[in-house]
Design a protein. Structure first.
Lengths: 127, 330
C-alpha cells in the first residue's frame, strides 16, 4: 500500500496546482484551451479514482441481467468482464436480435459513465 | 525567427514571387497551430507597398489520414467554392513543395471562430439572429455546385453514411452498444433518397468565421465529399455544436425553422423537419464514432494530444444525446 496522498488526492493536488498557479500565467489562447482540457482530464481521473469499482460492477450486473448470462466469479477481472459483456451486446444488436428493452439499461450505463466523465453535461438533460 | 521558421520564410518568399513580384518581403511569419497532420502559419507579405495578410496551411510531419482531403484537393475544393460565390477566404496558391511539404496560401481573415463565444457573447446577438438564413444561403450555394467541377473528390455512394459509421466503429475495436443502437435505428428508418450533391462535410459552428453582421466565412473543407444534401443540412443541429446553448437547436444560435425555410426557398428541395430529425440522429452517430476515432489518433501515437485523449471520454456525451433522441423518436 502506498502512503498518502492516495491516487485521488494526488490527482487533486496536481489539478489544484494547475488551476491556481499555472493557468493564470498562460497567455496564448490555444495553450490556455489545452490547459483547461488537461485540467478537465485530471478531474475525470479524480472522480474515477474516488468511485472505485462500483460503476463497473453496476455495469456488469445490468448487462448480465439484460443478456441473461451467468455471472462471472467474484475474482474475475472486471474490465475484461465488462468488455466481453459489451461485445456480446454489441454483436446481438448488430445481428438484429437485441434483447427486449435494451435502450433503457444502455442509457443508464452511459449516464453512469457521464457521472465520471462529464457530470455537468448530464445535469443539462434534467428539464 | 528560429532557423526552421527562417527556412520556411525563405521557401515561402520564393513561392510567392510569381504571385506578388520580385520585391515581395515576408515581414512576419508565425506558427498559429502545429499538429501532426497540418500546420497553420500567419504570414504578412509586403509587395509594391501593399501589405498582404496571408494564412498558410502546410502538411504536418505525421501520417496523412485517408478520410480527409489532401491539401491539394482541399485547395481545389475551396477554389471551386470561391468561384461559385461561397463565402470562403480567397485562395491564392497551392504550393507543391514548401520546405519539403505541400501547402496552400489563402487570404487571412479576422473574426470569431470559437463556438462558445459565438453562442454566448452579447455583442454577437445580432449576428446570431442573422445566422439561420445566412447558413441556409451558403449551403444552398455549396449544394448547387455542379459535381463535374469537383470530379476529383470521387463518388462514395451517397446512401452509405451509416455503413461508413459502422466501418469506422469496427476499426476502433471497442464495443459500443449505444452506437450500435443508433446504427440499428438509422437502418430501420431509411430516409427518402435525394440526388447527391457536393457536401462541405463539417458545416457547423466552430468552422465559421462570425463577425457582427453574422456569418462571414466558411472554413475547414477537408471533409468535403459527395453525398446526400441533408447530411450537411442536419449536421449543425447536433447538440455538441450548440456549445452549451442547448435550447437553440441550430448550432446554439437560432431555430431550425427559419433555416430550413430559407434552404427550401433557395433549393426547392422541400425538406421536412422530420427528415432533419433523422439526419440529426445520424449526425450524432457520426460524431460519437468520430470522437472514438479521434481518441485513437492519440492512443496509437499518430498524433499525441491531450485534447484527443479527453475526447475519448466525451464520447459518452454524444452517446447520451443519441440515446435520448432515439427514446424520443420511439
Amino acid at each position: 500500500m502506498q502512503d498518502r496522498p492516495d491516487a485521488a488526492e494526488l490527482a487533486q493536488a496536481v489539478r489544484e496546482f494547475l488551476e491556481t498557479e499555472v493557468l493564470s500565467t498562460v497567455q496564448d489562447p490555444r495553450l490556455r484551451f489545452r490547459m483547461l482540457v488537461a485540467i478537465n482530464g485530471i478531474g475525470i481521473l479524480e472522480r474515477e479514482l474516488a468511485a472505485g469499482s462500483a460503476p463497473m460492477r453496476r455495469e456488469i450486473a445490468a448487462l448480465t441481467q439484460l443478456l441473461g448470462v451467468a455471472e462471472a466469479p467474484d475474482d474475475a477481472d472486471l474490465r475484461a468482464q465488462a468488455r466481453s459483456l459489451n461485445r456480446e451486446l454489441a454483436l446481438r444488436i448488430r445481428g438484429g436480435n437485441a434483447p427486449e428493452g435494451t435502450l433503457a439499461p444502455v442509457k443508464a450505463i452511459v449516464a453512469d459513465k457521464l457521472r465520471i466523465a462529464s457530470p455537468r453535461y448530464l445535469e443539462r438533460f434534467r428539464e | 525567427m528560429t532557423g526552421a521558421d527562417a527556412a520556411i520564410a525563405d521557401a515561402l518568399r520564393a513561392c510567392l514571387v510569381p504571385l506578388f513580384g520580385t520585391d515581395a518581403v515576408i515581414e512576419r511569419l508565425a506558427l498559429l497551430a502545429g499538429g501532426a497532420s497540418k500546420e497553420a502559419w500567419a504570414a504578412d507579405v509586403r509587395a509594391a507597398d501593399v501589405r498582404h495578410e496571408l494564412l498558410v496551411r502546410r502538411a504536418g510531419g505525421g501520417v496523412i489520414h485517408s478520410h480527409t482531403l489532401s491539401l491539394e484537393h482541399e485547395y481545389r475544393l475551396v477554389s471551386v467554392a470561391y468561384a461559385a460565390g461561397v463565402r470562403v477566404p480567397r485562395p491564392l496558391a497551392y504550393l507543391e513543395d514548401l520546405a519539403g511539404r505541400p501547402a496552400f496560401v489563402a487570404e487571412r481573415v479576422a473574426g470569431e471562430t470559437i463556438g462558445r463565444r459565438i453562442v454566448q457573447r452579447p455583442e454577437l446577438a445580432a449576428a446570431r439572429a442573422a445566422m439561420p438564413a445566412q447558413l441556409a444561403e451558403e449551403l444552398a450555394k455549396i449544394h448547387a455546385i455542379p459535381l463535374d467541377a469537383v470530379a476529383f473528390l470521387g463518388r462514395a455512394a451517397a446512401g452509405d453514411v451509416v455503413d461508413r459509421v459502422e466501418r469506422e466503429l469496427d476499426a476502433a475495436d471497442e464495443p459500443h452498444p449505444a452506437i450500435e443502437l443508433g446504427i440499428a435505428w438509422a437502418r430501420a428508418h431509411p430516409p427518402k433518397a435525394r440526388p447527391a450533391v457536393l457536401n462541405h462535410g463539417d458545416f457547423r459552428v466552430g468552422n465559421f468565421v462570425v463577425g457582427e453582421r453574422g456569418l462571414d466565412y466558411v472554413l475547414d473543407w477537408e471533409f468535403g465529399h459527395v453525398g446526400d444534401p441533408l447530411e450537411d443540412v442536419g449536421w449543425p443541429l447536433v447538440r455538441s455544436w450548440r456549445f452549451g446553448a442547448d435550447d437553440l437547436r441550430l448550432g446554439g444560435v437560432g431555430r431550425v425553422e427559419p433555416y430550413l425555410e430559407r434552404y427550401n426557398a433557395l433549393t426547392g428541395r422541400n425538406v421536412s423537419i422530420a427528415e432533419l430529425d433523422y439526419w440529426e440522429v445520424v449526425g450524432n452517430l457520426k460524431w460519437a464514432v468520430g470522437s472514438v476515432t479521434q481518441s485513437r489518433r492519440h492512443l496509437s501515437g499518430q498524433e499525441r494530444s491531450v485534447e484527443l485523449a479527453v475526447l475519448g471520454r466525451l464520447t459518452a456525451e454524444v452517446e447520451y444525446e443519441l440515446l435520448d433522441l432515439l427514446e424520443r423518436a420511439g
